[in-house]
Design a protein around this ligand. Sequence first.
Ligand SMILES: Cc1ncc(COP(=O)(O)O)c(C=O)c1O
Length: 405
Amino acid sequence: MSEQGIEQKYIKEAFDTNWVVPLGPNVNGFEKDLEAFVGQDKKVVALSAGTAAVHLALIGCGVGPGDEVCVQSFTFCASSHPIKYLGATPVFIDSEPDTWNMDPELLEQAILDRKAKTGKYPKAIVPVALYGMPYDCERIMAIGKKYGIPVIEDAAEGFGSRYKGQVLGTFGEYGVLSFNGNKMITTSGGGALICANEEQKNKIMWYATQAREAYPYYQHEAIGYNYRMSNICAGIGRGQMTIVNDHIAHHHHVQALYAELLKDIPGIHLHSAPNADYDSNYWLCTITIDPDVRIKGQENAYKETIKSAVGGAAGVIHQVDSPTTDCQPNENIEALRIYMLEQKIEARPLWKPMHKQPVYADCPAYVNGVSEALFKVGMCLPAGPMVTDEDVQYIVDQIKKAIIR
Ligand SMILES: Cc1ncc(COP(=O)(O)O)c(C=O)c1O
């Protein structure tokens, strides 16, 4: 049976057996599949989104109003926004140049400085597997252990990535996964939280299902959430789990192809794992472009405000008055993005570091300039399961054509 056929079989079963709710056999089955995949005797709770998983992991670590949480600055906003949902403060940690992820040295400096300034240690540490690349698991876990601070691994982009052979999300107290439409596997929308044991799993599940007490009526002694995954979405997830290893292999293949085809273009550098300990799923392939590489149309970059936003198909986007901000990718990056779009290729800038986001202007940040510098020179290239060898060749050809020699 094809992948889609398997997904449809599970969805049909959900309708036939009247399990069209946020619980049921597909949810339980998907959790079992995920537990088998991640290993290490971990337990998994399937949720409505990766963002929900971050939120519940923070609750699981006891984060509340007035607390601080050390979080990687170079990331998507869903790593840090839930800290604010809880009335706590993110403490942003910059990246190391090799992995682009949380710099362990800065992390330790930040922990000591926060203790000196506030009298308290941060309540949790949130490293992020940016574009699938593992963080330095060994050093970050050792720092967490040294100061008694739990680590929440945000492996939303790193499903199936490994550090020294062990699946990301299984090193820390909790591990976050996302199955959003663009991720390594999808349930349309969805996520999961990897938990250390059954007791933790029960606690997270309780919060995910409105925190109910055992009475014949609704009795609440804590604030809960409606975060459980739908049985329909979980059906898609069960189908996707049959091809997850093929997807990861495909992303590795696409990364290798980019490496081969980009290697002779001066000024363009493909981001790759620093050594064999870091087994990235290469969810997205990313490049950096030297500032002196000139791109067609560069002189017109940022001259006009755009009407949409990155990732902009969904939802409402605020229109803006100015085409520029005080921290943006270089003009050659913006020009290449526009050039590629004209050739029907969607290339995106890297995540803008959270410590450069206006909404977080008053949060503490421990910075070394790495993430800001990468944001200015970086770009994500298409890498999904639908991207063929011919597509990669076409994308690289267009990059070559865009460069003014
Ligand atoms: C690093 C990171 N964390 C968390 C999330 C949140 O996942 P979701 O979109 O499923 O809420 C995402 C992706 O969207 C992400 O990229």
